[in-house]
Design a protein around this ligand. Structure first.
Ligand code: C5P
Length: 432
């Protein structure tokens, strides 16, 4: 067990992948699924090998049925469904908690590495094929694996050596490349900066007091445009306010620049890149996300419209959730049916968590008379949500995922029954 053994298994997985003549690469549609799908695609492109791509929201029985006609399939960030056993030649590249199908699988979980916090599918694909550490980092951050540690840290080292990744210790606020300075300061609340967070006027005043120019050559400056002296001034200014109230550790930390991606775009910062991929995937355009990863210039321009839509829908989802979350005892519950899209409810739940030790379960309308359930919890709670969502099987649904982020699809009429099972499971896990 351990990293060396995982690397040996990754070599074998690469051999199996390249033994396929024209596989269908079936990947998940979130940021980690798209970046890992693109890593596999790039490996095939680099070797001039035939392949086809397909993105899925979930691997349920009907998708297994429709894949039966395929001779060779590589599942990426998907594949943990026992019925995969019914398909022909298959390789699974995944990081979720494993369900046995008897098919070859490269998964850190099989080698004692934590797929929930130490390596996502994109990292698994990177160690399998050796290309695109930058996308490896994008997928890991997209799956909330910050701080990057263990196998993820090894991937960062390799990315730095290849010039694909630059790690800096800097302000961790979101939007270093994409947000004008005032919005950059005002719309970050991790940590909450009293007087500045959600107050554009005060954010503007602070920048002016610090003598930081807001525009250059008619263009709004971004944090990434500031020189090191200006950055230092700004960080000390924020740190001074935050330190009056609380610990400033979450203010600065490792951030990841991707030097081979276009400068001054969201693709230059690994965290913002993952938002671009989520925006494409969760709004029905996963193939656009793959094209962005492959460096196709027009794809990023096309994706911009989805990014705006994605941000607006998340903002509206959070506003709704703030007023509608209820405490059902073992967990917090958000009924967002008809308001928040099934692809976004997990993101919204994650943003509502803050320091809470209670899991949050959110529901939205799923496909074909189902309810889509998304759940999120902080690691310190000690609850394994993959197991909680596994209760879906008791009501003829499908569910699973990670310790801290998991999901399920259940028949609509089984909601109450399912929630009761979830509550019981959480109580059992807590030991009362
Ligand atoms: O959809 P959502 O973002 O809530 O999913 C959280 C995690 O749970 C993802 O990693 C997803 O792959 C996993 N999941 C699963 N089975 C489902 C739904 C989600 O394994 N039916």
């Amino acid at each position: 067990m351990g990293f060396e053994e995982f690397i040996l298994a990754a070599k074998e997985a690469k051999r199996i992948a390249f033994s396929f003549a024209d596989p269908l690469i079936v990947h998940h549609y979130d940021a980690d699924g798209i970046s890992s799908g693109a890593i596999v695609k790039a490996a095939f492109v680099n070797e001039n090998r035939k392949h086809r791509m397909l993105a899925l929201k979930k691997l349920d029985d009907s998708s297994v049925e429709s894949l039966k006609k395929e001779n060779e399939i590589i599942f990426v960030d998907l594949g943990n469904n026992e019925r995969v056993a019914e398909l022909k030649d298959v390789l699974v590249i995944d990081h979720h908690q494993v369900k046995e199908s008897g098919k070859p699988q490269i998964n850190p979980m099989l080698h004692g590495l934590d797929g929930g916090s130490e390596l996502s599918s994109s990292g698994t694909a990177f160690f399998t094929f050796g290309n695109n550490a930058d996308l490896g980092v994008v997928g890991a951050l997209g799956d909330m694996q910050y701080p990057l540690q263990g196998a993820n840290a090894k991937m960062v080292e390799e990315g730095i050596a290849k010039g694909e990744v630059k790690q800096e210790f800097d302000l961790r606020f979101y939007g270093r490349y994409s947000r004008p300075l005032v919005q950059f300061l005002a719309y970050n609340d991790e940590p909450y900066v009293p007087g500045i967070s959600y107050n554009e006027g005060n954010a503007l005043r602070m920048l002016m007091d610090l003598g930081i120019e807001l525009k250059k050559a008619e263009r709004d400056r971004r944090y990434a445009d500031l020189n090191s002296k200006e950055k230092k001034h700004l960080i000390s200014g924020i740190a001074e306010i935050v330190s009056r109230r609380r610990d400033i550790r979450s203010l600065v930390g490792d951030v990841y620049e991707l030097p081979k991606r276009p400068n001054k775009s969201m693709l230059r910062d690994a965290n913002e890149f993952s938002t671009v991929l989520n925006a494409c995937g969760r709004h029905g355009k996963p193939e656009l996300g793959i094209a962005v990863c492959m460096g196709e210039e027009t794809a990023y321009l096309e994706a911009s419209a989805f990014i705006l839509l994605h941000k607006r829908m998340i903002r509206e989802g959070i506003e709704f959730a703030g007023k509608n979350v209820v405490d059902l005892g073992p967990f917090l519950f958000l009924d967002a049916r008809g308001v928040v899209d099934e692809g976004l409810v997990g993101i919204v739940c994650g943003m509502l968590l803050h320091g809470s030790l209670k899991p949050i379960l959110g529901i939205s309308i799923g496909e074909e008379n189902t309810i889509k359930v998304s759940s999120r919890v902080n690691k310190a709670s000690g609850i394994n949500l993959g197991k909680v969502m596994g209760c879906a099987e008791k009501v003829k649904g499908v569910g699973g995922g990670h310790v801290v982020a998991a999901g399920a699809n259940i028949p609509s009429e089984k909601l109450n029954e399912f929630l009761i099972y979830c509550g019981e499971n959480i109580r059992e896990q807590r030991g009362f």
